[in-house]
Design a protein around this ligand. Structure first.
Ligand SMILES: Cc1cc2nc3c(=O)[nH]c(=O)nc-3n(C[C@H](O)[C@H](O)[C@H](O)COP(=O)(O)O)c2cc1C
Length: 201
């Protein structure tokens, strides 16, 4: 199984360093208690004012019709590999404070907190996740009768990683082996003024 541990300046916890976003997932069901653990990890994420401005819809292959409906909400470039995932999830944000006529400007941040927690919990359980922004938002609204107070954010493919040969499309097989890269710390961590690299990093 392809591992792509992050090259880090200092050692990180294994769960953080080893997490990555594979596309090749095997045809093995995710145990219900593991899926529940992912959802619990999301539920217990920190959020601004404990607003918890998130919601999730899950589909797995035990209900093929429900699964296919969710798969069809992904853009073609994601469907080409995400159909392998035994579990798909949609994520939603509630961008207005409930009961108030005021934007929660941290809402999207908090959905990211929750889904990041899910990815780390997945890693701890031997699962991997792949987040997708390439979704059909209007179709999701219609298919799932999403209330106007919520907006679709992303989808997540969840499962056990397999060999890249599982991927039918060459472009996806090639991407699987791509090195994982990040901007250097000097480009993103500043001291004194924005843009002035923090020398201690
Ligand atoms: C919010 C979000 C949206 C993403 N959208 C897509 C997507 O639509 N399709 C895709 O193949 N990967 C998508 N990705 C995966 C990223 O490309 C991937 O996380 C990034 O390249 C870093 O790789 P790593 O997760 O393996 O470290 C998305 C990731 C995030 C967090």
């Amino acid at each position: 199984m392809l591992e792509k541990p992050a090259e880090t300046a200092v050692p990180l916890h294994d769960l953080l360093a080893r997490r990555w976003s594979p596309r090749a997932l095997v045809d093995r069901a995710v145990e219900p208690e593991k899926l529940l653990a992912l959802l619990e990890a999301g539920r217990w994420a920190a959020s601004s004012n404990n607003g918890q401005p998130w919601a999730f819809i899950v589909a797995d292959k035990s209900d093929q019709a429900a699964y296919d409906a969710m798969l069809s909400c992904l853009m073609d470039g994601n469907q080409s590999w995400a159909f392998l995932a035994p579990v798909l999830m949609l994520t939603f944000v509630e961008p207005i404070w409930r009961g108030q006529d005021r934007a929660n400007v941290k809402a999207m941040h908090d959905v990211g907190m929750a889904t990041a927690m899910m990815s780390i919990q997945a890693e701890a359980l031997g699962l991997r996740t792949h987040h997708m922004g390439g979704i059909h938002r209007d179709k999701i609204r219609e298919t799932y009768a999403v209330p106007p107070t919520f907006e679709p954010v992303s989808a997540i493919a969840i499962g056990y990683q397999g060999d890249e040969a599982l991927l039918p499309e060459e472009k996806d097989r090639a991407r699987e082996a791509n090195p994982r890269t990040r901007k250097p710390l000097e480009e993103i961590v500043f001291a004194g003024k924005f843009g002035t690299p923090a020398t201690r990093t």
